[in-house]
Design a protein around this ligand. Sequence first.
Ligand code: ADP
Ligand code: MG
Ligand code: MG
Length: 898
Amino acid sequence: VKRVYAFGKDAQGNNVTEGNTHMKAQLGGKGANLAEMANIGLPVPPGFTITCQTCMEYANADNTWPEGALDTIQAYREDLEARMGKKIGDAADPLLVSVRSGAPMSMPGMMDTVLNLGLNDESINGLIAQTENPRFAWDSYRRFIQMFSNVVMGLDGDLFENAITAMKHARGVASDTDLSADDLKELVAEFKQIFSENVDAAAYPTLVVGGSVQFPQDPSVQLQLAIEAVFGSWNNPRAVLYRKQNKIADDLGTAVNVQSMVFGNKGNTSATGVAFTRNPANGEKEFYGDYLVNAQGEDVVAGIRNTSPIADLKHVDGLEDAGRELEKVFVTLENHFRDMCDIEFTIEQGKLWMLQTRVGKRTAAAALHIAIEMEKEGLISKEEAVMRVDPEQLDQLLHPQFDKNASYDVVAKGLNASPGAAVGEAVFSAADAVACAEAGRKCVLVRWETNPDDLAGMIAAEGILTSHGGKTSHAAVIARGMGAPCVCGVEALKIDAEKKQAVVTGTDVVIKEGDMISIDGTTGSVVLGAVELVLPELTGDLDTILEWADEFRTLGVRANADNPEDAELSRNFGAEGIGLCRTEHMFLGDRKQIIQTFILNEDPAVRDKAVNELLEAQTGDFLGMFKAMDGLPVIVRLLDPPLHEFLESPRALDVEIAKLEAMGGDAAAIAEKRRLMEQIDAMSEANPMLGLRGCRLGIVYPILPIMQVRAIATAAAELKKQGLDPRPEIMIPLVSVVPELEKLRGVAEQTIAEVAAEQGVELDIPVGTMIELPRAAVTADEIAAQADFFSFGTNDLTQTTFGFSRDDVEAEFVPQYLEQRLLPYNPFATIDPGVAKLVKMGVELGREGNPELVCGVCGEHGGDPDSVKTFHAIGLDYVSCSPYRVPLARLAAGQAAL
Ligand code: ADP
Ligand code: MG
Ligand code: MG
């Protein structure tokens, strides 16, 4: 097996790159694209990449090296030294390298990087001699010790930061850049001391010299420890959490890139920066990013100093040429990758070097805008444009925003780093954010700047607010990736994380832990107090992409809605009908009383009265629904849930009775309550979801379906008389045997005929059934003979196929199953292949039994992009999902067809 791949040029200037962009599984994203950039002639510092497979072999063998791997690495190291004409650790002219992680999937901030590797007490002299810049050399050495200690040895970074701060105090200077070469040399000695005192000798016996741990001087030891640390970082808790969050497999491993160093910290004609070829927040075609003069590595992302915008670069003395070249590189990269790219670069004494590129993360708004613009520019096709937008991401566009009509005072302004608004309690640490969310309260995480350790808190919070860092800072990048609102770089905010409060300078505003605050990531505003939120209008870009998706898709999209407002909303979102109108929601509120009266009274007169009241109310409901969906199908499901859902809980009644008794309440009233409690108790079932519900209700209480069908037919007749085009369809739930359907279909048809005759209107109302029990799926041919349509209720079908009770398992063991990877994903969120097989069987058998049969899906799965793909492949006619998922389902259905 080939474990190591070279990239960049040889000593003669020939490209000796062995990999390319298609080898991400072996080389990781970073390694594959370093190779690709070298292949297309961009300036990449030479190096080599150790494969992800080697990482996994190493990890799986309990952190021991596969045979021969270290020899291969040694050979590539010698080759790199020959290509560079320098040796790592050389006392006269040392080669310095970085050791960089890079997984196949981009995992920003998850893995660790070591810069300036190869420095020791001898090679430092070579670096000083070669650069004639002792300050730079000592600064590089102290950075190396610091990073190596932190990343490779796991020492607390503060140990070193505190030493720097102490040194600055002692010298009376404000900035790191004000420290002299001698100061830095002194710091190097101190850092080595800190290393000796804090590294565990027992864990690193090979580092013990003369009785105590010493900072390793041998570059081979430095290199091997650094590579092992990158391999190890694949399994650090941050990385594991990120993968879980983003559904990335645990067995991919990370590659390690060993790359010759270039220096952005060699004075005022050197710089380092990060950029995007377009604006990743809104998709505008403009150069976007930050740079820092005379700085190295992650100084930009870490927000240590305030950065300048990338567009200025070509106006800065000594950086103009590199700035102009960078803009050309942007164009080259976009034309090559045919997408927006993000870039890390360094300018060393006026010369531009490319250190990284990848297809850049972007907000949903930017994804839409970029896809449409690139189609217009002729860079990509319409099909590709549709494929470029992640349906899940559309959710972001339907994120709440500040209500324009609300009045509020903006107390501070920052950068609009990730769109959408968030309202919640201010919290000042990731742990507090997690605690707050676990207690069921919403919070906004307020930090000076976030770092990878804050990830759990960032996930828990509604939004993120930082006082420092630019639009490419950690907080901004991660928030955009998660679709969480983020305002960053609010300089007026002075945060005291210890005291858990922040003051807005120049005002008397103090934000304390627990205070409600609101942030608007679209505008960068920070507000003290809770601002009213509203849903945004759909943008033109979203409309365009969805129309393009509609051109390709063959799967219909309907909505699950049970009131006229939701029906109208879904229609505006492009729903082609209602796939599921649940009638039980119409029995709540004031109506609960009526249905309770029906359930709890044996007296036919009382019952009839209740049914008539329900009939009147239901007719009104359906009038509204059919009107809102005029001309489009509305599938009404007859009453489905177990009746006890409409009754009070016997336990609550029991408590009430006990209270009444204790207060010496009226004996007759107490007796009446007790009778009620006993009656409800008698109706209770051990497994109500498998009990008296669905079509079984209609068999036991035939008056219920008659009433509902009458209401549907009456509403339809009424609207027809008004000249409208109502298209109701009647759906019978939870059928398992044909006679159930036969019987209820008969009831429905007879009732429809009666209403038609009474009203003098012709009514053609299809009657179909839900397929949500395995028995129904496997006998679908027989059932279809009695049905005009099938709608697969994949929620119940998943419950009954697995024998899982949804309400119980989602809290109980499914999370454990996911954790232990017994299930790849939650089958209630994305359709399980086994359940999908039943759906497929149901469709195929059903169409045998009735060639005209229309088949759809109305479970939650209808709004899940992965499931939509499956349903498209099965050949269903439509999916039906909640109104806000309709745009997403349209896009996913379009993509499924491509
Ligand atoms: P991450 O995955 O966190 O972005 P990187 O491996 O890209 O980590 O390293 C972070 C930064 O370190 C880079 O953006 C770059 O500025 C700096 N860096 C890495 N390798 C080199 C190098 N060979 N020369 C100069 N700077 C480097
Ligand atoms: Mg990093
Ligand atoms: Mg990087």
